[in-house]
Design a protein around this ligand. Structure first.
Ligand SMILES: Cc1ncc(COP(=O)(O)O)c(C=O)c1O
Length: 356
């Protein structure tokens, strides 16, 4: 142990645990279903735009990301002044919390949900308050009841990672009506494109305390590029931008994102999303017909509540070349290609977790 002291406020700061990747040197075909990525490489026009941008790599990108924020504004139909961008929506989640909390403020989130919310709270000296899911979904009443005078942020992961459950706008409107106006409700919509009847953008008007966080990592298939965006109150977004290190999205990623937001590329991403949604239905039905308990999902993954045996099942799948994610008392399986589905069904052990 050296003589340097880690800041007290960081006590309990969890490391980020990523989904398992193929082992180095592994040559077998692997089904990579542990990180909710899409199975296709980026579209050619996106790759071409990034290649061209390499020629400008000796220059800093535009620090305000004006063109990128403008393209996102057009994509979501909201003014650019209320948009902040960063290298992944995780960075935005951390900085949104950082802009809104004082030391010892409370940040409420569900559990199991995206584990980074806890990190975002602790990293900003706030107190993480985890509210257990109810029937695999956010317990909105309990989250409302957990609000105190110290609460500054409530995060709703919609659809929820890892369970895939989602609330409709009508349900969220009801919830929002019961939240104090000075408490931010952050809607993490990383998977919104795979859901129906869910769209936080429609809730922004009339709810100035709502902040919507989205990403190009999932439906747009660019997880390696690290582009996320947040939409909300202009002043809050301005502070979120100031919280980030300057130039935090690199110029090549900006070029890729701009290409991805062109109508033709958006349309192709939409077709890919539709095929994942169709595959999700097939996978869910196939798993259920084999006796597995599968939570109905609105995202690009499905959750199998397995309790204690989750880690063993994930290990058994990995041994057969199928990487899934043990998390939150179950396994979370990304919906991939039809071949991935086949590979998964072959790899899953022949026993049922179904307690019915
Ligand atoms: C709910 C949720 N939010 C945010 C993220 C992070 O996305 P990004 O790649 O934009 O940092 C993820 C990634 O898995 C996620 O599951």
């Amino acid at each position: 142990m050296g003589s340097l002291r880690i800041a007290h406020r960081l006590e309990g700061l969890p490391p980020y645990v990523p989904g398992r990747r193929p082992e180095r040197g592994e040559t077998r075909r692997q089904a990579r279903l542990a990180s909710n990525e899409v199975p296709w490489p980026p579209q050619a026009a996106i790759v071409d735009a990034m290649r061209a941008a390499l020629d400008d790599a000796h220059r800093y990108p535009d620090m305000q990301y004006t063109e990128l924020r403008g393209a996102i504004a057009a994509h979501v139909g909201r003014p650019a002044g209320g948009i902040a961008v960063a290298n992944g929506s995780t960075a935005l989640l951390r900085d949104i919390v950082g802009v809104l909390v004082e030391a010892d403020s409370e940040v409420i989130f569900a559990e199991p949900s995206f584990p980074y919310y806890r990190t975002a709270a602790i990293a900003n000296s706030a107190v993480p308050v985890a509210v257990p899911l109810l029937s695999h979904a956010h317990d909105l009443d309990a989250m409302r009841d957990a609000i105190t005078a110290r609460t500054r942020v409530v995060v709703i992961c919609n659809p929820n990672n890892p369970t895939g459950t989602a609330y409709t706008n009508a349900e969220l409107k009801d919830f929002l009506a019961r939240i104090p106006e000075d408490v931010a409700v952050v809607l993490d919509e990383a998977y919104v494109e795979f859901a129906t009847d869910v769209d936080g953008l429609e809730l922004l008007d009339g709810h100035p305390n709502v902040i919507v966080v989205r990403t190009l990592s999932k439906a747009h298939g660019l997880a390696g590029l690290r582009i996320g965006y947040a939409i909300g109150d202009g002043e809050v977004m301005s502070y979120v931008s100031r919280m980030g290190v300057p130039f935090r999205i690199d110029g090549v990623a900006v070029a890729g994102a701009l290409a991805a937001l062109q109508p033709e590329q958006v349309a192709e991403s939409g077709r890919r999303v539709a095929s994942i949604v169709a595959e999700r239905a097939l996978l869910t039905a196939a798993l259920r017909s084999r006796g597995w308990n599968v939570v109905e999902s609105a995202a690009n993954f499905v959750f199998l509540p397995l309790g204690e045996s989750a880690a063993a099942v994930a290990r058994e799948c990995a041994a057969k070349g199928v990487l899934v994610r043990p998390i939150g008392g179950g396994i979370r399986v990304t919906v991939g290609s039809p071949e991935d589905t086949e590979h998964l069904l072959d790899a899953l052990p022949v026993f049922s977790n179904d307690p019915r």
